[in-house]
Design a protein around this ligand. Structure first.
Ligand SMILES: Cc1cc2nc3c(=O)[nH]c(=O)nc-3n(C[C@H](O)[C@H](O)[C@H](O)COP(=O)(O)OP(=O)(O)OC[C@H]3O[C@@H](n4cnc5c(N)ncnc54)[C@H](O)[C@@H]3O)c2cc1C
Length: 438
């Protein structure tokens, strides 16, 4: 991205991942002069390396009622889906405290209910954007499958199924034979599967991002290929500093993914916020293997395998709770790859080394979308955890609603920043009124 000469805009968006980019497009659609600030390294974005699942049913925060039973396993790093760096867990104490508080059944159910409007809008919003960007071929409405290795594991997910049913999320329950029929590429025997048909799969998230970037540029959106180093409120808006100077705007959107917590801290906001790191690596499918037709989550392995183009699959690890900038730890992705080799007929590994990214993680599994409580003209849009690829475009619409003083397309009260500032309370507070406008 080239450095822009003009230093003033209506809105500056910090962060060009799916959330920031979709916000920039939506703001441009409202006729605003938008400057998108991002260093422009595609692979540095978590939006580049995910599983590409855009599912209405992705409404379950990681902190669940099963947490207390699983805690000893988690603490021993014996769960395949979660790896803890213990010293880091202590360092993100507010996140940890909120995470434990969010494990109550009532909190889990409330969070799932709050996510339904976001996840329900995810696929239609993407399809609309993708069509405008000429990238419709990158999203297939093929569903995805959660796989259970044992009847006990399936029974353990009964509450999840009840919540999905309550919210009208379509599921097809599969027995062992139906799993084999649905995905002949699977060579492991699974006791059960749950197919969520209201799901799109992105065959190349990086290419989708590129297409949306081109759409933004075609709309006249401006970009600044710089890391933002600081934010300063001014008399009539904001000054945003970078290595080579500063830019100014009436409003700023903070959408820097897992870096957002540190940037907000510069303005005195100490969010309960962390990075959930994740990894992927690609394999060719064995030439004799049938194609894998949709992403699958093997709940027994705590990892996902997703088709990424013809004859190629992406194996993705679960969660590593560690500092964003700590050196990579490939233990989980290596284990996921071993499990995948028992699930599919894999051919050669196609990467020199695994990719690593950081999910911007809130402890209650809900994103932060809303006006900053103590500053006019600053909108927070981060913390999309496991669902930021899918819910980026609807978040962009909400950001544009907030920036232009419109009623948000869906209620943003559950995503209010206030709930994660300070220690957990019994119930999340309501936002303290409408956004202060510039
Ligand atoms: C293994 C894995 C699998 C996943 N699978 C899925 C999935 O199937 N479906 C789904 O919906 N989600 C999935 N996710 C989650 C999803 O990828 C993230 O929620 C989403 O990418 C977050 O988008 P973002 O825009 O907030 O952050 P990012 O994509 O990380 O973008 C943040 C941007 O901010 C920029 N930035 C940071 N600091 C600064 C600064 N100071 N100045 C300027 N720019 C800055 C960065 O360079 C980056 O470009 C997965 C994540 C992982 C790790």
């Amino acid at each position: 991205m080239a450095v822009e000469q003009t230093t003033k805009a209506d809105v500056i968006v910090i962060g060009g991942g799916m959330v920031g980019l979709a916000s920039a497009i939506a703001l441009r659609d409202r006729g605003l002069d938008v400057l998108l600030c991002d260093p422009g390294e595609a692979r540095a974005r978590t939006s580049y390396g995910n599983a590409g699942v855009v599912s209405r049913g992705s409404i379950f925060p990681m902190s669940s009622p099963a947490l207390w039973a699983k805690l000893p396993t988690y603490l021993r790093n014996a769960d395949r889906g979660l790896r803890l760096r213990h010293t880091h867990v202590a360092r993100v104490l507010p996140w940890t405290a909120h995470f434990l508080a969010a494990a109550r059944t009532s909190a889990w159910e409330r969070a799932a209910a709050a996510l339904v409007p976001l996840t329900s809008a995810a696929l239609p919003e993407h399809l609309g954007l993708a069509e405008r960007a000429g990238a419709g071929h990158l999203i297939r409405r093929c569903g995805w499958i959660k796989l259970y290795r044992t009847p006990e594991a399936f029974t353990g997910a009964a509450l999840e199924r009840a919540i999905l049913a309550r919210h009208g999320v379509a599921v097809d329950l599969l027995d062992a034979e139906a799993v084999r029929e649905a995905e002949p590429a699977l060579i492991r025997a699974y006791a059960h599967g749950m197919l969520l048909p209201e799901t799109g799969a992105v065959s190349d998230p990086g290419a989708l991002m590129e297409a949306y970037q081109q759409l933004y540029a075609d709309l006249g959106g401006r970009s600044l290929g710089m890391v933002t180093t600081g934010l300063q409120p001014t008399e009539d808006g904001w000054q945003v500093r970078h290595a080579e100077g500063a830019v100014q705007a009436r409003q700023v959107v903070l959408a820097a993914g897992a870096a957002s917590g540190e940037i907000a801290r510069g303005l005195g906001y100490r969010f309960a916020f962390a990075a959930e790191r994740g990894y992927h690596t690609h394999y060719a499918l064995h030439p004799d293997s049938p194609a894998l037709t949709r992403p699958v989550l093997d709940t027994g392995a705590g990892s996902i395998v997703a088709p990424m183009g013809e004859g190629r699959v992406r194996v993705l690890s679960g969660v590593e709770l560690n500092a964003r900038a700590a050196p990579p730890d490939y233990v989980q992705i290596e284990a996921a790859a071993r499990e995948a080799a028992g699930t599919l007929r894999l051919g050669a590994n196609l990467d020199n080394r695994p990719w690593m990214g950081a999910r911007p993680s809130t402890p209650d599994g809900l994103p932060v979308i809303g006006p900053a409580p103590r500053h006019r003209g600053l909108i927070f849009a981060f913390g999309h955890g496991h669902i930021g690829l899918s819910t980026g475009p609807i978040t962009g619409r909400l950001v544009a609603d907030l920036a232009t003083g419109r009623e948000p397309a869906i209620p943003v009260a559950p995503f209010a920043p206030q709930r994660l500032l300070g220690w957990p309370r019994r119930r999340p507070p309501q936002p303290d009124g409408a956004m202060a406008r510039p």
